[in-house]
Write a protein of this length. Structure first.
Length: 243
């Protein structure tokens, strides 16, 4: 809120007047800014921080229908439960104390839905990566099997095994490059859907894209290298005799 209203100026000492009745008060008194708190995402971590304003309750004398009290302590919440309830009863016996919990529990509850979605997406992404690796390996293995005679003749005519290995790996990577290009295009198309599931990172984040592409290429390289290595180890005499 400070950056929206004062835009680069120091808010300390500035005055503002909230809309009447915003805090349960009957007046619309002016308030002097004495400090700036960090941004708070009141409506969920996936939504941008709103304009928050904190006022002293003693300045109004009108209690809100409910409030959250935050305590900084090294003791567990269970050990403080009786003490907190006793102190509240001394002030007003009719005020209930509910949902006493530590801040880790509050944060865990706030990200429960995004975390579940992230875990599901991660599981499906891992399964897709595994299927892609198996598919790449299977296609290249089938290709090597179909080209055993050709590979055997080339080796018999003096082709270096390293050249055969490199050529087959390159063929596998060409297919992977096409798939990566199509995948990046699809990711850019559905970036609006992804934006609703992310916070703290953009759907088109460059570092994330580089890491994902590098992981896919690395997995595909291993899946391509295995059948290529088998092809480079073929014995021309055995292959041609069997053919």
């Amino acid at each position: 809120m400070a950056s929206k209203i004062w835009k680069g100026q120091s808010p300390i000492g500035q005055r503002l007047r909230p809309p009447g009745g915003s805090f349960g008060a009957s007046d619309d008194a002016w308030h002097t800014v004495i400090g700036v708190a960090k941004d708070v995402r009141q409506h969920g971590v996936e939504r941008p921080a709103g304009s928050e304003l904190y006022v002293s309750l003693d300045q109004h004398g009108v209690a809100p229908p409910s409030m959250n009290v935050v305590m900084r302590t090294t003791l567990p919440s269970a050990a403080l439960s009786e003490t907190v309830q006793r102190v509240v009863r001394e002030v007003d016996a009719g005020v209930p104390v509910v949902r006493l919990r530590n801040m880790d529990s509050v944060f865990a509850e706030s990200i429960r839905r995004p975390r579940l979605l992230a875990q599901l997406l991660g599981a499906f992404a891992g399964l897709a990566l595994l299927l892609a690796a198996i598919g790449t390996y299977g296609v290249l293995s089938y290709m090597v099997t179909e080209r055993r005679r050709e590979i055997g003749i080339r080796l018999a005519l003096g082709a270096a095994p390293s050249h055969v290995l490199t050529q087959i790996v390159q063929q596998g990577l060409h297919v992977v490059a096409l798939g990566v290009a199509m995948g990046l295009a699809g990711a850019l198309v559905v970036n609006r859907l992804m934006a609703s599931l992310l916070f703290g990172v953009q759907p088109t984040d460059l570092v994330t894209m580089v890491v994902v592409v590098a992981t896919i290429v690395a997995v595909a390289l291993v899946a391509s290298w295995l059948p290529a290595w088998r092809a480079s180890r073929l014995d021309p005499n055995v292959v041609l005799r069997n053919e």
